[in-house]
Design a protein around this ligand. Structure first.
Ligand code: G
Ligand code: G
Ligand code: MN
Ligand code: NA
Length: 250
């Protein structure tokens, strides 16, 4: 059977599940929030990675109902957490085209009761590639509601800098590839320092992704990164485990 046929039914069948990866504030060393990462428990194939089904969903338009489910579920779950914790949701470009995203966002916040300030939307620069007014309008609408907007995977595309001018992001997420190579490359340290300095000047915060060692974490603290996320700090985990983590440290 085709994976796409199964994916069409996955939402309705309750086969999708959100995992949550903690993000730590590097000043207080406490959890500031979690990134929601979708998982698919396929009845026969087992756990299917989003890297395998998100592109399929994007190509077929299924990303819209799927993304709507992710947003609603993330808001619903985070609404029960302590009020200082945020939840970050990944968006595909296609979710922001057309005029449907604003109402979906407003409904997700209203239904869950989650304060807008506790929600972050993560978009890659690919979102701005189309240069469509729809996309910019949707992001501006989100920001005007109080929702935070982050640039994900910063540094991996062709012209990340020009996208920083096109939209006022609240946060830059420094791509894992830069963070990882800080361990052996002084040039990479210089690049990450420069990104952090740039973000500070633009009034944006920074999250380092892919932090897998204490050594990297210490470096990031020293150079003034705002937040960190990665296997050294915590892997993506089911909601019950995230809940345990929240209440074990609080
Ligand atoms: O969690 P993992 O590292 O396996 O995720 C693989 C990729 O899938 C990452 O690029 C991540 O951003 C993306 N991804 C995970 N969850 C979602 C989601 O809910 N929506 C979208 N659009 N992408 C997601
Ligand atoms: O594209 P995005 O940054 O949203 O994707 C996040 C992806 O990175 C998820 O699939 C998540 O599981 C993965 N991830 C998170 N932390 C680490 C890490 O420390 N090392 C590696 N290799 N992957 C990570
Ligand atoms: Mn992300
Ligand atoms: Na990323």
């Amino acid at each position: 059977r085709e994976l796409i046929t199964d994916l069409r039914n996955a939402v309705g069948n309750g086969e999708l599940e959100l995992y949550f990866q903690p993000q730590y504030c590097l000043r207080s060393f406490s959890i500031s929030g979690f990134e929601a990462l979708v998982r698919w428990n396929h009845p026969t194939r087992g756990l299917v990675s989003p890297a395998d089904f998100i592109p399929l969903a994007e190509d077929t338009g299924l990303i819209n109902p799927l993304g709507e489910w992710v947003l609603q579920e993330a808001c619903r779950i985070a609404a029960d957490w302590p009020q200082h914790l945020r939840v970050a949701v990944n968006l595909s470009p296609r979710q922001l085209r057309g005029h449907a995203f604003g109402p979906v966002l407003i409904e997700s916040l209203a239904r869950s009761g989650l304060r807008a300030e506790r929600l972050e939307l993560e978009v890659t620069e690919g979102v701005l590639l189309t240069d469509s007014d729809d996309v910019l309008n949707a992001l501006h609408q989100a920001k005007s509601l109080g929702v935070k907007v982050s640039m994900d995977d910063f540094g991996t595309g062709y012209s990340s800098l020009s996208y920083l001018r096109r939209f006022p992001f609240n946060k830059i997420k420094i791509d894992q590839s830069f963070v990882r190579s800080m361990a052996y490359s002084d040039d990479s340290i210089s690049i990450v320092k420069a990104i952090i300095g740039l973000a500070q000047d633009l009034d944006m915060s920074t999250t380092a992704e892919g932090v897998e060692t204490k050594e990297l974490l210490d470096m990031l603290v020293e150079i003034g990164c705002t937040e960190a996320q990665g296997y050294y700090l915590g892997r993506p985990m089911p909601v019950a485990e995230a809940q345990e983590l929240i209440f074990s440290v609080d």
